[in-house]
Design a protein around this ligand. Structure first.
Ligand code: TYM
Length: 327
């Protein structure tokens, strides 16, 4: 039997370069390897753990689905579905929540960050975020999870839940490992922290035009372009890491040499980098436009995907219920 892969992205609208390089590229790589049965979802339930707009949710789910398909998730090779269409995720989340303490969940760095961001909205759903994510992964008995490095604490919880369930209730869950890509941490364009949808000015979207990419890069803070050491923090470091990803290590070295020598002109660097980024996202945008014209195809993919996901996860739910004495 093939090993399984599962991953998901919250329904917060269009994807940015961090999502693409940290998660989607890994998903596509595992899909193309042919060695795994791949399950990829839109984590719409996780979107409800922080303030959200009910009227916007369907649109936001659709944006993620379109970006997934346009960026290379191939429904003939992977199963694509919407999390809330597969109710076993919620059943398992409740059953798994019996294995973890409130204190353990409160100490997770991801939880603490969200508390800082939304101090008025620290709900039970937010506290339960990692348990629902463990349910997403363990429902498929996935061995590998392609996600960015920020998700590692959540994977640790998923492994812990797997161990505890196996010890207490005789289930057979593998301990899922993260599948890392080279872009596992994409920094914010502001020069502080990571690229994130919730921080305005931090991201480039896969759907951005060349003009917009240029405008966004123009705002990255820089310096005089000359010095004794190339900065390892802030806007200049962000530009250098994007140059490395989109134009290669040699190009980055050449810029560094200029920085230490005659001086670096950021206007030129940003112009070239914008073009290099757009070259990667342009084919994704072309494919997306095609998909937008074919909603029936997209709907069919999702209906078939959730049917397949439901079948598999019901079997896991049955095993867990039996183990816990509910059946
Ligand atoms: P979300 O929506 O916050 O992020 C989606 C994916 O994008 C990655 N990512 C990044 N990678 C590199 N650099 C960045 N700046 C960057 N920003 C975001 C995230 O690591 C993630 O892989 N909890 C998940 C959603 C989820 C999930 C799951 C994932 C729900 N259930 C089960 C895997 C398995 C999340 O944070 O999504």
């Amino acid at each position: 039997m093939k090993k399984r892969v599962l991953s998901g992205i919250r329904a917060t609208g269009r994807l940015h370069l961090g999502n693409y390089l940290g998660a989607v590229l890994g998903m596509v790589e595992l899909q193309e390897s042919g060695a795994y049965e791949a399950y990829y979802m839109v984590a719409d339930l996780h979107t409800l753990t922080t303030p959200f707009e009910p009227g916007e949710l369907q649109k936001q789910i659709r944006e993620v689905v379109l970006d997934y398909l346009a960026a290379g998730i191939d429904p003939s090779k992977s199963t694509l579905f919407i999390q809330s269409q597969v109710p076993a995720h919620l059943d398992l989340a409740f059953l798994f929540s019996t294995t973890e303490t409130v204190a353990r969940m409160q100490h997770l760095p991801t939880f603490k960050e969200k508390v800082k961001e939304h101090p008025q909205d620290v709900t039970m759903a937010l506290l339960n975020y990692p348990i629902l994510m463990a349910a997403d992964i363990l429902a498929y008995k996935a061995d590998l999870v392609p996600v960015g490095i920020d998700q590692e604490p959540h994977l640790e919880v998923a492994r812990e839940v797997a161990r505890k369930m196996n010890e207490k209730y005789n289930t057979r869950f593998p301990e899922p490992q993260r599948f890392a890509t080279k872009g596992e941490y994409i920094p914010s364009l502001t020069g502080e922290g990571k690229m994130s949808k919730s921080v305005e000015g931090s991201f480039i979207l896969l759907t951005d035009s060349l003009e917009t990419v240029k405008e966004r890069l123009a705002k990255v803070p820089t310096d005089s372009g000359k010095g004794e050491e190339v900065p390892t923090k802030g806007g200049v470091a962000v530009l250098m890491s994007l140059v490395e990803i989109f134009e290669g290590a040699d190009k980055k070295k050449a810029y560094e040499k200029k920085y230490l020598g005659e001086g670096l002109r950021y206007s030129e660097l940003k112009e070239e980098l914008s073009k290099a980024i757009f070259k990667v996202i342009k084919p994704i945008q072309d494919k997306r436009r095609e998909l937008e014209k074919n909603p029936a195809f997209v709907n069919k993919v999702l209906t078939e995907g959730s049917a397949k996901a439901n079948e598999l996860t019901q079997a896991t739910l049955q095993e867990v219920k039996e183990g816990m004495g509910l059946l």
